[in-house]
Design a binder for this molecule. Structure first.
Ligand code: NAD
Length: 307
């Protein structure tokens, strides 16, 4: 199997490392020759296992799989996807790692939209187990099945997103939580450090072990129902970008990469330490068995029979 990854950034490097580590012959296409060595080194640092070919010109072909992971720009992505599709073998699949664009907006230039799907990875791609396999308006079911099998082959735990909704599954969940977090801080209920503590020490470990729905089954659905009835009406429904975020942006803050963000300032040591901690914990989770559904047992209907 031969794979083409287009892009020279954070995600492309992690994805290429993962594919290569799984024994897939991987070529990475970048825009400028000046970054070839740097990207090759970054892919190796992320555990590629064997050398990955990084090219600034034509990558050759044919490829069985193409992964577009360039900047989040619909026009540029459409162009890259069409070029990548032209390099595919007869039954090749072309995918996009877009986080926020509609697949419908990226399908236009493709000759075989039935072999095009979203394949959404999470940073750092070589460590986070989840990938989302996303069907576009014309994706064939067989393409989704092949991409799901391929995800497993490269050591990932895929979920299928049946409809092309903005943010897919995981980002929608993350942003729902962030909206409430901003609302709590802006209302003076707690500060940003308290929110991070509540997730790192409470929700995060629990959800890493068993997901939110399983957690509610463990809590008891009568309790869940009562709490949902109290809390859902009072949760934030804010649709504007939060003031706290706007203020940080007005101060020119960009987060860790610029040395200041929502949680204060970051020196190089702090960034290294936080990255090390995150990667060490993610590595453990990657090794842990997947959060599988309980084996008891088909759902039971009102008459006590299975359905
Ligand atoms: N960073 C994340 O956490 C994350 C997570 C999941 C998905 N994504 C998605 O992955 C994609 C890449 O994100 P990233 O974080 O790696 O970005 P990045 O800024 O690190 O890298 C983007 C790369 O794309 C290249 N590029 C831009 N325009 C191009 C073009 N026209 N042709 C070829 N190369 C081009 C740039 O040179 C750069 O190397 C985006 O669609 C993003 O939404 C990002």
């Amino acid at each position: 199997m031969r794979a083409l990854v287009v892009g020279g950034g954070t995600m492309a490097a992690g994805i290429a490392a993962c594919l290569s580590a799984a024994g897939i012959d991987t070529v990475v296409q970048v825009r400028r020759a000046s970054v070839v060595d740097e990207v090759r080194a970054e892919i190796a640092r992320r555990g590629a296992g064997r050398p990955v070919s990084v090219v600034a010109g034509e990558p050759g072909g044919p490829f069985t799989l193409a992964v577009e992971s360039i900047a989040e720009d619909a026009g540029a992505k459409r162009d890259v996807l069409a070029r990548a599709e032209a390099l595919l073998a007869e039954d090749g699949i072309v995918t996009t790692n877009t986080s926020s664009l509609r697949l419908a907006d990226l399908t236009g230039e493709l000759a075989r939209p039935e072999r095009f799907a979203g394949w959404h990875w999470f940073n750092p791609a070589e460590l986070v187990p989840l990938v989302e396999v996303v069907g576009g308006p014309r994706t064939a079911p067989e393409t989704l099945e092949r991409l799901t099998a391929l995800s497993e082959r490269v050591g990932k735990r895929p979920v299928t997103v049946r409809r092309d909704v903005p943010g897919f599954i995981a980002n929608r969940l993350q942003y729902a939580l962030l909206r409430e977090a901003y609302a709590l801080v802006e209302a003076g209920v707690c500060d940003v450090a308290d929110v991070d503590r509540a997730v790192v020490d409470g929700l995060g470990p629990r959800w890493a072990a068993i997901g939110p729905f399983t957690t509610m089954d463990a809590a008891g659905l009568e309790v869940h129902e009562a709490v949902a009835g109290q809390l859902f009406p009072v949760l934030s429904r804010q649709t504007d970008v939060p003031e706290l975020l706007q203020q940080a942006r007005e101060r020119g803050e960009t987060g860790m990469k610029g040395g200041a963000g929502l949680c204060g300032t970051y020196g190089p040591d702090a960034v290294r330490q936080l990255t090390r901690r995150r990667d060490a914990i993610l590595a453990l989770l990657t090794e842990a068995p997947a959060n599988e559904a309980p084996v008891n047992e088909a759902p039971v209907n009102d008459e006590g029979g299975s359905r």
